[in-house]
Design a protein around this ligand. Sequence first.
Ligand code: AMP
Length: 354
Amino acid sequence: MRDRIIPPGATIGILGAGQLGRMTALAAARLGYKALSYSPEADAIAGQVAPHMQGEYDDTAALARFAAQVDVITYEFENVPEATVVACEKHKPVRPGVRPIHFAQHRLREKAFFRQAGLGTAAYQAIHTLADVAGATALPGILKTCTDGYDGKGQARVANKEQLAESWEKLGRRECILEALVDFQAEVSAIVARGLDGRTRCFPIGLNDHRDGILRTTTVPSGLPAAVVTEAERLGVRLANSLELVGLVALEMFVTKDGRVLANEMAPRPHNSGHWTIDACTTSQFEQLVRAVCGLPLGAVDVLAPSRMENLIGDEANDWLRYLSDPTARLHLYGKAKARPGRKMGHVTFLTLG
Ligand code: AMP
């Protein structure tokens, strides 16, 4: 095991250079690692805190130069092309590798994988053709494009077949999944780290509140019954093991009104619903990712203070002075130049102290 450890002083390569890459680079620096992020943007925000290399995801020569400068590679978003990861793997270990993004990039593959791994999901069906629309039964439901959807984009609620036909048309007749609408009492997420030795650790389950498909707040502890929390943790760990992942995976779940826990979607990377861990957990999700991909022991995941993380979206980040004046608030701004509507500009974690 010791010979597989990538020790402090080494460089962690990060595919993608947004806020998740930025916070990973900061956590790496704290443990004495260097970081190098890679993305096509000239003004990437991860580049404000650690070196950044500008390159296209299909530029294999640039990817080889990137890989030559690092000891291990991870990614901060699941839509990094599979071919990019394969190209990097020729040079350096990529953790968590190509398998998790193969499933996470495509909603139908993802749901099928959940089922195969023994995780329950909402009823769903593929919508590829007009015949699929005519034969749809998972109604009322949510129609989602199989690829490229995030933060509620590429989704439509549909009550009946007429609305389904209309929405599928609007989505450009793309390959879609229709999921039956879940009448949930709560949304939760499990963030699980899995090390090189196969050991897992699940962060305390967070209670998530979404608005317009975008995460607004995460509250920890969730306040849900112990049986629900245990089940959510079990599913998260089961997923990490089924993926044979080395790194971090977030599993978003629905808690139904009768107490069942259903898998909704996964992200094999740090997750917005884990940002509270920076200020309110013994190990942050970003440090845990660094530990996992470098073969270090995973850190403890005790809650230091009950907390509520709030995303600062668009203009909400202009209120930074108010948060700085609040002794219970821990402010994080991502260094983004323009506050477009719907854009995640930062977050604030409110701690219950004393
Ligand atoms: P997703 O992009 O799949 O994470 O969906 C974004 C949000 O839409 C979720 O967090 C839920 O609030 C809602 N949602 C998605 N799928 C369903 C579903 N099958 N039933 C009810 N609500 C859903």
